[in-house]
Write a protein that binds this ligand. Structure first.
Ligand code: AMP
Length: 308
């Protein structure tokens, strides 16, 4: 079993969906990633930063799920990163109403000694400068480095982001962001352009329309499970990334074939995450329920056509 090092925002989120509203709940890329990856019982640690206003209860919640939180830096007197978003009625698109970087603005990450040779490095959404610093602190090059990012960093730190992109094996990105990054509308053309920026594998997430995995001319598609109700899509992308990287850390097989399974595992966990606000569903999810839904995924995509 490989160790998984996770870098990403740890946040307060305030979310509005057509079904309700929350004020300052646990959010951020890293908690979603780590909670999803914890379903594979991998040894994992989060490198991140919070302010003094961050409740101990949230930290306990992460460590109670087997996640090493010793590298989450608590800044005395500091305020935690805050994000406010509002979803449109289709729940596929959202507006960011507020982003307060707070302690994330000048975070200097320190990778714990025992994680400097982690097999898998998951660079979750946060400043590309922090992601670069973490890459440079790895004493042994990880077997797999996965990057997740968002339009905010394309708008605000594109040069540094391109530097990170050049150094990773896999990038996971949503369709809109892939178009913004590449300047191409066709996702096939976009993937080819992003390929040329560095990553060997490109995963393009399309929300309720599933995810595409590209390697050169090979393409794999996994649908999203059609759900009766979607309550809150926040963190679906991060949950996907956590399921994807957690599964690969567990199996330690980084081939394209196994990445297809990782895409399905990520999609499976993301399908749960959207059923409740924030991390609530991930926190109450047992292995049998995950297994059953994987069976549903298999049924959804299997067919037996005769090619003649
Ligand atoms: P997702 O829905 O997977 O795109 O991720 C939503 C999470 O990303 C929320 O929990 C936010 O706290 C976090 N987030 C939003 N904007 C940023 C940002 N600019 N940098 C890092 N994390 C962010």
């Amino acid at each position: 079993m490989g160790r998984l090092l996770i870098v990403g925002s740890v946040a307060f989120d305030a979310i509005e969906t057509p079904f309700g509203k929350t004020d300052k709940i646990l959010g951020g890329a890293a908690p979603f990633i780590a909670l999803a990856a914890s379903k594979f019982n991998v040894e994992s640690a989060i490198v991140s930063v919070v302010g003094e206003d961050f409740p101990q209860e949230y930290l306990d919640l992460l460590s109670n799920n087997g996640i090493d939180i010793s590298a989450i830096n608590i800044v005395p007197g500091g305020r935690t990163f805050f994000w406010r978003g509002r979803y449109h009625n289709d729940l596929n698109s959202r507006d960011t109403l507020e982003t307060q970087l707070n302690v994330l603005a000048d975070f200097n990450p320190i990778v714990p000694e025992q994680y400097r040779d982690s097999e898998v490095l998951m660079l979750g959404n946060l400043n590309p400068s922090v992601q670069l610093s973490v890459i440079s602190q790895m004493e042994v090059k990880p077997k797999l480095t996965v990057l997740d990012t968002m339009n905010f960093w394309m708008d605000n730190a594109l040069d540094e982001l391109l530097e990170v992109i050049a150094k990773v094996d896999v990038i996971t990105i949503n369709d809109e962001e892939a178009r913004q990054l590449s300047g191409e509308y066709s996702l096939v053309k976009a993937a080819a352009k992003i390929h040329a920026m560095g990553p060997k594998y490109i995963v393009i997430k399309k929300g309720e329309h599933g995810a595409l995995l590209f390697q050169n001319d090979e393409i794999f598609f996994a649908p999203a499970l059609p759900l009766k109700e979607v309550f809150d899509p926040t963190g679906a992308g991060d949950t996907f990334a956590g399921g994807f990287s957690g599964y690969l850390a567990k199996t330690q097989d980084y081939s394209f074939e196994n990445m297809k399974n990782a895409v399905v595992q990520g999609s499976n966990l993301a399908s749960f995450n959207v059923e409740k606000f924030g991390t609530e569903r991930l926190l109450n999810l047992d292995p049998m329920t995950i297994y059953r839904r994987l069976e549903q995924f298999k049924k959804l995509t299997q067919f037996d056509i005769e090619l003649s």
